[in-house]
Write a protein that binds this ligand. Structure first.
Ligand code: B12
Ligand code: SF4
Ligand code: SF4
Length: 233
């Protein structure tokens, strides 16, 4: 089996659920333990979504599984875990503690860089994407299968913020939560609880994220935006 076939199979299985293989790499720095404790990862494949491709699939699942506390995490696990196991890997998830360094992994796998908002920005999808899990491969043969070719674009993608002279994302937040010292999460959350925050960001999405001109065609639907904002606020 060649590298292309291995990753194509994973990608095809994920595509049935509106997800995709976002990128892959072989960890070169500190060893990453396999979730089972059996050795360390030789290859890491990031699973995520661009825009709202998974949203209709998830909405249908949610309608059939009412009353679940963390529905998106639960759905992600129900989809990605069996795909990982069938491929001979083990899945990990961004919301599980101890937190795995998903953004560092994304920088290694996709060549992305952080925007001034803290989120990484993609040259095509802008700020409208996310990670739903990662598949770790321990065995060297399997690792070769999924890393036979480097991720498309790794290290080559131009960073959109470098050529964005106005940086409208930095002036859109009503409480100026994005500071040189980092994201003032308590200021943001207090505002979201106010009437103005409820009518504004909670309803229409983070105004800073909305202000970015990159990847607007991937902007989430109103329902998806409200779901993510409710989970955050
Ligand atoms: C804790 C957490 C938060 C916390 C604190 C973030 C922070 N200061 O580190 C809070 C609650 C504030 C938060 C908010 C959001 N988060 Co968050 N968060 C996480 C989580 C679960 C753990 C981060 C961590 O410490 N990891 C462990 C360290 C070791 O890993 P790391 O890669 O080195 O971590 C990097 C981040 O901490 C980052 N960072 C530093 N400051 C900030 C600030 C912000 C706003 C973000 C997003 C990241 C960030 O720098 C680190 C070094 O690269 C990750 C998932 C994960 N497992 O990483 C998601 C994650 C970073 N969040 C994510 C997102 C999308 C958001 C929100 C936009 C959620 C939403 N509503 O859609 C908001 C931002 C709100 C806004 N208005 O902009 C995405 C980012 C994807 C991307 N494009 O980069 C992640 C990867 C989850 C995912 N499923 O994809 N988040
Ligand atoms: S508005 Fe400009 S600086 Fe801000 S995230 Fe988008 S491209 Fe980057
Ligand atoms: S959600 Fe609203 S208050 Fe929070 S950072 Fe975004 S624009 Fe600012």
């Amino acid at each position: 089996m060649t590298g292309a076939v291995g990753t194509d199979l994973l990608d095809a299985a994920l595509a049935d659920h509106g997800l995709c293989l976002r990128g892959r790499f072989s960890p070169g720095g500190p060893a990453v333990a396999m979730p089972s404790g059996a050795g360390t990862a030789s290859a890491i494949c990031l699973v995520g979504h661009a825009g709202g491709a998974f949203w209709p699939v998830f909405e249908a699942w949610r309608a059939a599984h009412p009353g679940i506390d963390d529905p998106l995490d639960t759905w992600s696990k129900s989809v990605i875990t069996p795909i990982a196991e069938a491929a001979g890997g083990e899945a990990v998830f961004p919301s599980d503690r101890p937190w795995q360094p998903f953004q560092q992994w994304a920088m290694a796998a996709e060549g992305l860089k952080p925007s001034p908002l803290g989120m990484l920005i993609h040259p095509d999808y802008g700020l409208w994407y996310g990670y739903r899990g990662a598949i770790l491969f321990e065995r060297a043969a399997m690792a070769r299968m999924v890393t036979g070719e480097p991720s498309a674009g790794t290290g080559l993608a131009p960073h959109p913020c470098d050529t964005c002279s106005d940086k409208p994302c930095l002036s859109a937040c009503p409480v100026e939560a994005f500071t040189p010292a980092g994201f003032a999460v308590s200021d943001c959350r207090s505002y979201l609880k106010s009437e103005a925050g409820w009518d504004g960001c909670m309803h229409s999405g983070c105004l800073a994220r909305n202000a970015c001109p990159v990847g607007r065609s991937y902007r989430y639907s109103a329902g998806q935006i409200r779901f993510h904002m409710a989970a955050f606020g």
